[in-house]
Design a protein around this ligand. Structure first.
Ligand code: ADE
Length: 250
C-alpha cells in the first residue's frame, strides 16, 4: 500500500513513520510512505502557501492552488486518481473500523491541515474525506496523519508478523482488551491472577471475557451498546449493575 502525505512539515512525518513496525514494512516493500512538501508547489515568489480568510477572522488559511498542484503531481504517478483524506477536528471520528476499511485501498493521499484550515474549494476539488482523530485540537494535521497511517498500515496484510497481530485486539468485537501479565509471577508483592497459571484454557478464556466486560463497563460503557454480547455476558454485566435498557454513554 502507498501513502502520499501532503504536508508543510515532511521531515516530521518521515521521521515519525520510519521506525519500528511501519519502518520495517517500508523496508520490506509492503508499504511505501512518500511525503510531499506543499510549499514546493506554490507559484508565489516568497513561497507563501497561506493567506487571510475572506470575510475576516483570526488566523491564516492554506490556499487551494499549491495543494491542488501538489495533488496533481502525486496523481500523475498513480494509475487512477487516489482517494484523499483531510485531517481536521471537524471530520468524522477515525475509528478501528475506518482503519480496516481504508487498508483495502492501494493508494491513499493524506492532506495535513495547518494554520486555521484550508480553503474549502481545495477540499471540494479533491473530494476530500475529512477525519478527526478525537475531540481536541492539535497544532497541525501531521500527528493525525501519522496516527491514521499507522492504524491503517497495521491492517494491511503482512505488516504485522504473527506474534504481533494478536487475534483479540482492543476493539475487536467492540470490547476493550483484558489485562495481561508476564514474568515474574510476583512483582513488588503483586501476584498474577492465579487462573492464568492454572493451565485450564477454558477457565482462562472465561476469566478474560469477564475482565473485558468489566473493563469496558468501567471505562467505555458506550461500546457496550454495539458490542456482540451473549446471554452469559449479559448475565455477568447485570451482576455488575449494567442493564442494556438504561445504558448511558461513557
Ligand atoms: N488537526 C488538528 N486537530 C486535529 C484532530 N483532532 N484530528 C484531526 N486533525 C486535526
Amino acid at each position: 500500500m502507498q501513502f502520499h502525505i501532503m504536508t508543510l512539515f515532511p521531515d516530521m512525518v518521515k521521521t515519525g513513520l520510519c521506525t519500528s513496525i511501519i519502518g520495517r514494512a517500508q523496508r520490506d516493500g509492503i508499504l511505501q510512505v512518500d511525503t510531499w512538501n506543499i510549499r514546493d508547489y506554490t507559484l508565489e515568489k516568497h513561497g507563501h502557501v497561506d493567506d487571510y480568510p475572506y470575510g475576516g477572522g483570526a488566523g491564516m488559511l492554506m490556499q487551494a492552488d499549491p495543494i491542488l498542484r501538489c495533488y496533481r503531481a502525486i496523481s500523475a504517478r498513480c494509475s487512477q486518481a487516489p482517494r484523499v483524506i483531510y485531517t481536521t477536528p471537524q471530520g468524522m471520528l477515525f475509528t478501528q473500523s475506518a482503519a480496516k476499511a481504508l487498508a483495502k485501498e492501494d493508494v491513499l493521499v493524506i492532506l495535513c491541515g495547518h494554520y486555521e484550515g484550508v480553503d474549502e474549494r481545495a477540499l471540494s476539488l479533491l473530494n476530500a474525506e475529512c477525519y478527526s482523530i478525537g475531540d481536541y485540537v492539535l497544532t497541525g494535521g501531521e500527528l493525525p496523519a501519522m496516527v491514521m497511517a499507522d492504524a491503517i498500515s497495521r491492517m494491511v496484510p503482512g505488516v504485522l508478523k504473527n506474534r504481533e497481530s494478536g487475534e483479540e485486539e482492543s476493539f475487536e468485537g467492540d470490547l476493550l482488551e483484558y489485562p495481561q501479565y508476564t514474568r515474574p509471577d510476583c512483582y513488588e508483592g503483586l501476584l498474577v491472577p492465579p487462573v492464568l497459571l492454572s493451565g485450564d484454557h477454558g477457565k482462562v478464556n472465561a476469566w478474560r471475557r469477564e475482565q473485558s466486560l468489566r473493563r469496558t463497563l468501567l471505562r467505555r460503557p458506550d461500546l457496550l451498546r454495539t458490542a456482540e454480547l451473549g446471554k452469559q455476558d449479559l448475565e455477568f454485566l447485570s451482576r455488575l449493575g449494567y442493564s442494556p435498557e438504561t445504558a448511558e454513554d461513557g
